[in-house]
Ligand binder design. Structure first.
Ligand code: NAI
Length: 299
């Protein structure tokens, strides 16, 4: 339908749920684009850490002459934090970036909906979970969409946009326009488990963990092989630590459950690392030990 016939809602303010590595990155790029940002997390410590991370990352951008100190100050002045969804009262658009567990996300949306104005649109930054199912758990499936940023958000150019079966065209157009306003390029995916990027990327990571588990190579050999042999900027195990092993395992579980194919079986070694609480960079240990500089392989 031509844009002139569509009433595309304007997004003039943004709410973010979850102040982890993705939530803080989304707050970073939205505030630099001049949008007021309200960020909510259950953990006050996560909110404090997010603000410190955003300030540090903006400082780096100043060092690289990508932004000015004035732009940094203006952007930081647009971010507010809270543990209460009531702070989303007037917000046009809320992006959920909480832990990659479907039950957590359903709880979040149940608690969020009573605080939204009727016209507000809602997105999930989920890496893998059905947008149709998440949207159906809200009072506004037609205004619900997948907006999947890449990590680290300020640097990565792509936003994957996923339409649920009920998502309407104005919501799609508004969110696509927002991504472009943030300086991103978009790719559109149908709503299938893990969409496009993680349908291809995370089974590759899982295969690298199998290669380690079966003794095909050690951690350094596997990462060096893929960095220099396939020209990947990071090795797959290093990348898994960067994404978060808990998130990688959740994505594999969504693929395995959703596509019922044994090729998506999560590697038992990945399961064991997550059970140990070794989630990668964010906990200080995964396939590498980040208490050392430079990080050293753990096996
Ligand atoms: P993270 O573990 O760094 O942060 C998750 C945050 O959610 C934590 O601060 C936690 O306190 C908060 N949280 C948990 N339950 C909550 C609740 N009920 N209400 C409010 N906040 C809550 O995780 P990360 O990596 O930021 O991932 C967040 C989402 O983004 C997940 O859906 C993940 O799949 C997705 N994603 C992750 C990418 C990555 O590379 N890590 C890339 C793209 C998407």
């Amino acid at each position: 339908m031509p844009d002139a016939l569509l009433d595309i809602p304007e997004i003039a303010s943004v709410g973010i749920i979850g102040a982890g590595q993705m939530g803080n990155g989304i707050a970073h790029v939205c505030s630099l684009a001049g949008l007021p940002v309200a960020m909510v997390d259950i953990s006050p410590a996560a909110l404090d850490k997010a603000l410190a991370t955003i300030a540090r990352n903006m400082e780096r951008q100043i060092g690289r002459k990508l932004i000015t100190p004035e732009q940094r100050d203006a952007a930081l002045g647009l971010i507010t934090t809270s543990t209460d969804y009531a702070s989303f009262g007037g917000t046009d658009f809320v992006i959920e970036a909480a832990t990659e567990k479907e039950a957590v996300k359903h709880e979040v949306f149940k608690a969020l909906v009573p605080h939204l104005k009727p016209s507000a649109m809602v997105a999930s930054n989920t890496s893998s979970i059905s947008i149709t199912r998440l949207g159906a758990g809200t009072d506004r499936p037609e205004k619900f969409i997948g907006m999947h940023f890449m990590n680290p958000v300020p640097i990565m150019k792509l936003v994957e946009i996923i339409r649920g079966i009920a998502t309407d065209e104005p919501t799609f157009r508004a969110v696509d326009a927002l991504a472009k306003r943030l300086g991103k390029q978009t790719a559109t995916s149908e709503d299938f488990p893990a969409f496009i990027v993680n349908r291809i990327l995370v089974p590759m990571i899982n295969e690298a963990v199998y290669a380690l588990y079966e003794g095909v190579g050690d951690i350094r050999s596997i990462d060096t092989a893929m960095r220099l042999g396939a020209n990947h900027p990071m090795g797959p195990l290093e990348l898994a630590d960067f994404i978060g092993l808990d998130t990688c395992l959740s994505i594999m579980q969504v693929l395995y459950d959703g596509l019922s194919d044994s090729k998506y079986r999560p590697c038992p070694l990945l399961v064991k690392y997550v059970e140990a609480g070794w989630y990668g960079r964010k906990t200080g240990r995964g396939f590498y030990d980040y208490s050392q500089d430079p990080p050293v392989p753990t096996r």
